[in-house]
Write a protein that binds this ligand. Sequence first.
Ligand SMILES: Cc1cc2nc3c(=O)[nH]c(=O)nc-3n(C[C@H](O)[C@H](O)[C@H](O)COP(=O)(O)O)c2cc1C
Length: 198
Amino acid sequence: MIKFNNLNQENPYKLFKEKYEKALNKGQKSIEAISISSFNKELNEVDSRYVNLKFISNDEFIFFSNYDSPKASSFNSHNQIAALIYWPSINVQIRMKAKIKKTSKEYNQKYFFERSEEKNVLAISSNQSKPIDSYSQVKENYNRTLVRDDLKKCPEYWGGFSFIPYYFEFWEGHESRINKREVFDKTDGMWKYSFLQP
Ligand SMILES: Cc1cc2nc3c(=O)[nH]c(=O)nc-3n(C[C@H](O)[C@H](O)[C@H](O)COP(=O)(O)O)c2cc1C
């Protein structure tokens, strides 16, 4: 589930929420899954991965991850991302473009504190995306962390990323194949609304 806080009342956001509610009513599984594509300038490489979108606060999309992970290095190297959602229950794709940044230390600490200790264990115990000898080693690290008494303390290497899209495309598939594509493109602080051919 995505939590909406004080949602921006401009149209791309209202339309996003409308589609979200439709998909939710149709029982859409993993509704918060969103693909984030990034470019690492040093490696000259594009990469994508799913994350769970936790909040849309006003116009900011927020997810959480490891600040030492490859994705974090990519965001650091080049702050431009593309985000992608597909909700099969309503046959809707949403494409977004944005600049990404970290959320504040205070925000991360507050969120981490509110999460269950069970969830926090993995965030603390895992050097995300670093190689490890075996899966049993991963479990061992997890179990060793489980007994610690600081499971509510957010580590420096974990926190949120936030992005404010300046481009949305809502693609709606139709059985007739006459698919609908609506674009909201923000230039000079104003949303420009247009349609694209399918
Ligand atoms: C549906 C789904 C949701 C995920 N959510 C998160 C998430 O919220 N945060 C996260 O760090 N990784 C999440 N992952 C794992 C990432 O896809 C990825 O494996 C991990 O973040 C390492 O990515 P990186 O090596 O590009 O940094 C999720 C994976 C899936 C399939």
